[in-house]
Design a protein around this ligand. Structure first.
Ligand code: 13P
Length: 287
């Protein structure tokens, strides 16, 4: 059931668990995430970066595919279709395309400009019944060519953006997209605690969910994180399983080259990763 992310995140915040955002790349990805959420009776957020949207030929294609798949698979758990790290223009495209949620990432603008653009988009999104995520303090690492250094957000700036009426807030706390380097200092719980105190009931978002140790995830949820984004880990699981299938020569046996067979182990691996994360985040049975 396609919905905005507002209610599922408010419930998660109140219930001290987090909803997973899993980024999608194609039909197999989307199907694996939706079926796993349904099987586990968990709410879920499908994340679409601008690059992934372009790869899938545009946001309209994505919105049409997700809406049709949601219906054809008989998905009854709450599903939000969410733009990940949207530009100002990208947000408007997704609003028109039929997404149910957007993220405006204005973290690279001076704070005044981030606030002005976020404020405008909050009004437009809410008018359409959509939820909106904002970002303060950039997330480290590289995603779709956008490189961030992973600074910690200023709690006062977080409060200023939260007060604009956004439904969820991504605040940098030393988190990084992609694999974490050996010398990573870990999440700054001190910053997270200050942000949570300033922003109150606002659901906080933890980007860069891949490779964060379990205890850190649990502590972040205790400190007010109610949405956790995972992308790279599903990609790694998919690649590993696909490599094993090919290295075992299975694509050369019988009809093993059939894409429905060739891509099946990768899709199963995505499902397993999504299941593991939903169990860790505590969203199982919360639909
Ligand atoms: P990872 O690729 O590190 O899991 O991060 C995903 C993310 O934050 C998407 O916005």
């Amino acid at each position: 059931m396609l919905v905005s992310a507002k209610e599922m995140l408010e419930k998660a915040k109140a219930g001290h668990y987090a909803v997973g955002q899993f980024n999608i790349n194609n039909l197999e990805w989307t199907k694996a995430v939706l079926q796993t959420a349904q099987e586990l009776n968990s709410p879920v957020i499908l994340g679409v970066s601008e690059g992934a949207g372009k790869y899938m030929t545009g946001f309209k294609t994505v919105a049409a595919m997700v809406a049709a798949m949601d219906g054809e698979l008989g998905i009854t758990v709450p599903v939000a279709l969410h733009l990940d790290h949207g530009t100002y223009e990208g947000c408007y495209k997704c609003i028109k395309a039929g997404f149910t949620s957007i993220m405006f990432d204005g973290s690279h603008y001076p704070i005044e400009e981030n606030i002005a653009k976020t404020k405008e988009l909050v009004a437009v999104a809410h008018n359409m019944g959509m939820s909106i995520e904002a970002e303060v303090g950039s997330i480290g690492g590289e995603e779709d060519g956008v490189v961030g250094m992973g600074e910690c957000a200023d709690p006062d700036e977080c409060k200023a953006v939260a007060d604009l009426g956004v439904d969820m807030l991504a605040a940098g706390i030393g988190n990084i997209h992609g694999k974490y380097p050996e010398n990573w200092a870990g999440l700054s719980f001190e910053t997270l605690d200050k942000i949570q105190q300033k922003t109150g009931v606002m659901p906080l978002v933890l980007h860069g969910g891949t490779g964060i140790p379990e205890e850190m995830i649990k502590k972040a949820i205790d400190l007010g994180v109610s949405k956790i984004n995972v992308n790279t880990e599903c990609q790694l699981s998919f690649a590993d399983a696909t490599r094993k299938y090919i290295e075992a020569g299975k694509d050369t046996e019988g009809k093993g080259f059939d894409p429905r067979k060739l891509l099946a182990p990768g899709a199963e691996a995505i499902s397993a990763t999504v299941k593991e994360k939903m169990e860790l985040f505590g969203s199982v049975g919360k639909a």
